[in-house]
Design a protein around this ligand. Structure first.
Ligand code: SF4
Length: 228
């Protein structure tokens, strides 16, 4: 089924944005799919235009939707911790999502996360393309299956292929790992610590590809057990 035409959509808004910061304002007007109707605001990516690394998640969550910033909830805290353990300077990382509005269903007073469908992901893709083309990161890291399928392809399985470094026309290195939210959802303590260690290990592979300017001078190799 073809996606209904919604206006204004990403193409015309991006064409009218003369600077990177104007993209951030333009996305608030986007009506490219129906998700905006259930969200508080669009959540554009955050970080320096000179970032070496771009991390791409699925969509903003409830906290991000309210704050207007990506990765500010518990998963974002865990991500910051993993980046530090991997020796990657947080200020060299740009974080964003495949879909810019929080997609949810209402259950009583709660808004429950709803996975965006392929039409919604496709409708929102020009915003991500605009971020990639203007930042031109050295490494793009897909966090979770939605981002991996959107940027690498449907055959890429995060469980099987995580940490594999791929050459791409999007960036010199494209790779994927799990979304930090999945670590938080792991109920067993030992399993959760093992997931965190593997996540940090995936990020260390990326750190090895980065210039020293993107690295913490003395990376911590000590996992902070009990902190997640
Ligand atoms: S989710 Fe993306 S395409 Fe849909 S309205 Fe929001 S910004 Fe536009």
């Amino acid at each position: 089924m073809a996606l209904k035409s919604h206006s204004p959509g990403p193409a015309e808004l991006i064409a009218g944005a003369k600077s990177f910061s104007s993209l951030r304002h333009a996305v608030q007007k986007c009506r490219g799919c129906d998700i905006w109707q259930r969200a508080t605001q669009a959540v554009f990516g955050e970080g320096s235009e000179n970032s070496e690394v771009m991390l791409v998640g699925e969509q903003p969550g409830n906290k991000e939707d309210l704050a207007g910033q990506p990765f500010v909830g518990p998963a974002g805290t865990l991500l910051d911790q993993a980046l530090a353990e991997a020796g990657i300077r947080r200020e060299k990382v740009y974080v964003t999502n495949v879909v810019k509005h929080f997609n949810s269903t209402q259950r009583g007073k709660l808004r429950i996360h709803k996975k965006p469908n392929s039409e919604e992901i496709g409708a929102c893709h020009p915003w991500l393309e605009a971020e990639i083309s203007r930042i031109r990161p050295k490494v793009i890291v897909c966090l979770g299956a939605t981002a991996a399928k959107a940027l690498i392809g449907r055959d890429f399985l995060v469980t099987r292929d995580r940490g594999r470094l791929i050459k791409s026309n999007l960036a010199p290195i494209l790779t994927a790992t799990i979304h930090p939210a999945s670590i938080l959802r792991t109920p067993d303590d030992n399993d959760r610590h093992a997931e965190m260690a593997q996540f940090v290990s995936d990020l260390r592979k990326i750190a090895a590809e980065l210039p020293s300017s993107a690295l913490i001078s003395r990376p911590s190799h000590h996992s902070r057990a009990g902190a997640y």
